[in-house]
Design a protein around this ligand. Structure first.
Ligand code: SF4
Length: 238
């Protein structure tokens, strides 16, 4: 029989899936988490709270990591031009939007791990996010959408009932962010960035520093860095 693996990011959807798998008595041999190293501290704290639950249910726990630290890929990696084969820049820059190099490495690593073990993998995609369902890989299962019909809000409500709250800086991350992905994710929208500036200033300062180091605004036509020329841009720090 194939091993069964739950792919868990420790965000609300995969966390809810994990609770549902456990509570429904669905056999799970292993939980895997790909740690980008750029997760909010609250993600790591929720992970640490869940490790005893996994142990209690005899579920093995494995962490995968990028080959190189994400910050190195972002800022330091020599990047070759596809046309010339010559190194033409240093670092991939921001991850997110159309250039999600971190997601590519994460997906490849998780898929490779599952394929090597001929495993069935449970993936936590909510019923109202069907556009994120995979490419029909036969070994992947989406029980939130396909078995329980749980929406994103259902998942969050279940996690809160179970005591997973993702508190950071005195706020619940899901109260101020649409998606709790990497703190440096370029997919964050303006409302989320404003909320980070207000509620999560330590992370916002890191974004400002990254913007300076990368030399490109995180959001098109907006700059995070105080003191930059803002004549043609609106500063999010207003
Ligand atoms: S969450 Fe954002 S920054 Fe992190 S790997 Fe995915 S696209 Fe990249």
């Amino acid at each position: 029989m194939s091993a069964s693996i739950a792919s868990v990011s420790w965000g609300k959807d995969s966390m809810a899936m994990l609770w549902m798998l456990i509570d429904s008595g669905t056999p799970v041999d292993e939980v895997i988490f790909f740690d980008t190293g750029m997760e909010f501290d609250a993600i790591y704290r929720e992970r640490d709270r869940m490790l005893p639950v996994l142990a209690e249910h005899g579920i093995r726990y494995t962490e995968l990591r990028p080959k190189n630290p994400m910050w190195w890929n972002m800022l330091c990696r020599p990047v070759k031009s596809r046309k010339t084969g010559e190194v033409h820049k240093t670092g991939y820059g921001w991850c997110g939007g159309a250039c999600r190099w971190g997601t590519t490495e994460k997906t490849r690593a998780l898929d490779r791990y599952a394929k090597e073990r001929n495993a069935v993998v449970y993936v936590g995609i909510a019923a109202d996010e069907t556009e994120r369902l995979g490419k029909g890989e036969p070994w992947k299962r989406y029980p939130l959408a396909e078995r329980w019909g749980m929406s994103e809000s259902d998942c969050l409500a279940l996690c809160y009932r179970k005591g997973n709250e993702w508190v950071e800086g005195g706020v619940r991350l899901y109260d101020v962010l649409d998606r709790v992905s990497c703190w440096c994710c370029r997919n964050k929208n303006m409302r989320e960035l404003s909320a980070m500036r207000k509620n999560l200033p330590n992370y916002f300062e890191r974004l400002v520093a990254l913007e300076r180091a990368i030399g490109e605004p995180m959001k098109k036509n907006h700059v995070l860095c105080p003191g930059q020329n803002t004549t043609e841009t609106e500063r999010i720090t207003k």
